[in-house]
Design a protein. Sequence first.
Length: 317
Amino acid sequence: MSTFWVACAVIVSLYVAFWHYFKATTWCRSQTCLIGKTAIVTGANSGIGYETALDFAKRGARVILACRDKNRAEVAKMKIVKETDNENVVVKIVNLASFDSVRDFAKNINETEERLDILVNNAGLGGVKDDKSDDGLLLVMHVNYLSAFLLTYLLIDLLKKTGPSRVINVSSIAARFTNFDVDLINNYTGAYTIYANSKLCNLLFTMELAKRLKETEITTYCVNPGVVQTEIFRHVKGYSKVFINIFKEDFFKTCEEGAQTTIYTAVTKNIEEYNGCLFDNCKVVDTYPTADVKGLPKKLWEKSVKFVELKPEEIMY
Ligand SMILES: NC(=O)c1ccc[n+]([C@@H]2O[C@H](COP(=O)([O-])OP(=O)(O)OC[C@H]3O[C@@H](n4cnc5c(N)ncnc54)[C@H](OP(=O)(O)O)[C@@H]3O)[C@@H](O)[C@H]2O)c1
């Protein structure tokens, strides 16, 4: 065989292998109806969060779009209502870079909503350097993890009262590839590392939350959505940006594809035995070795309680 044909075979094989690894999608086939149920999706105005909210609205849920920008959220709401004919889609504003805003949002939910069946901690950002949040913490860690921790914590009573209910935490494959030190979660160690650490925190939080709530009807699942063509990469610069632009069309999942595992864990019946587990492509997978460290989820929980400065009247678990 000539060198030309060998090269062609290698290129095609690589293409197929990459396609299969990144793009192949298992679809959520659950027909679960959500009429009468309430779901909150953070970061629901774009990407994976938008597709998740759209799916819940199609199933008849009351869907709360928890977003920071009123205009973007209202545009998303209009599109969802138009596509689903479900008028029960509402926008509630929360800035996950501020613990005060999270507390105000949770207070509003606890005072105005009768039930909460599904909470999806989806909002996130990446490719950001050492920018600080309103509370002076690393922005990425604050938005991607610490606010999700606080929000969930403050909504536990409502989730408990509603039960069975579910909390879904959106993580990333990046959580597998990081050198994590729980004592340094607020130390800047590079844009990739801080993102990966925050996504590992999402997984560790899921594991510990499941343990602490095992006597309740709340279950919790962690999701790796895959690599998805969303706006999350807008802050990425340099060679990484070039790489993303070359590969995204062929190899990254569409937003709808990327939302499938989140939707699966939120609506599929009889997955409670996997409480606290990690899901990828609509199936349960082994936890990442970076999370499989004795005592680490508990240590992170205790550290998080300090970071979010839980008030005495808030401490329950
Ligand atoms: N895309 C991927 O390949 C990929 C891979 C693994 C994991 N994930 C995870 O998937 C989740 C969803 O991201 P995406 O890919 O769908 O990206 P996206 O389209 O950029 O969506 C992120 C959402 O988070 C919101 N957000 C950011 N900062 C916020 C803040 N301070 N307060 C409230 N909301 C805030 C954004 O709101 P604005 O529109 O106002 O900025 C947006 O709605 C993230 O947790 C991400 O880490 C994504």
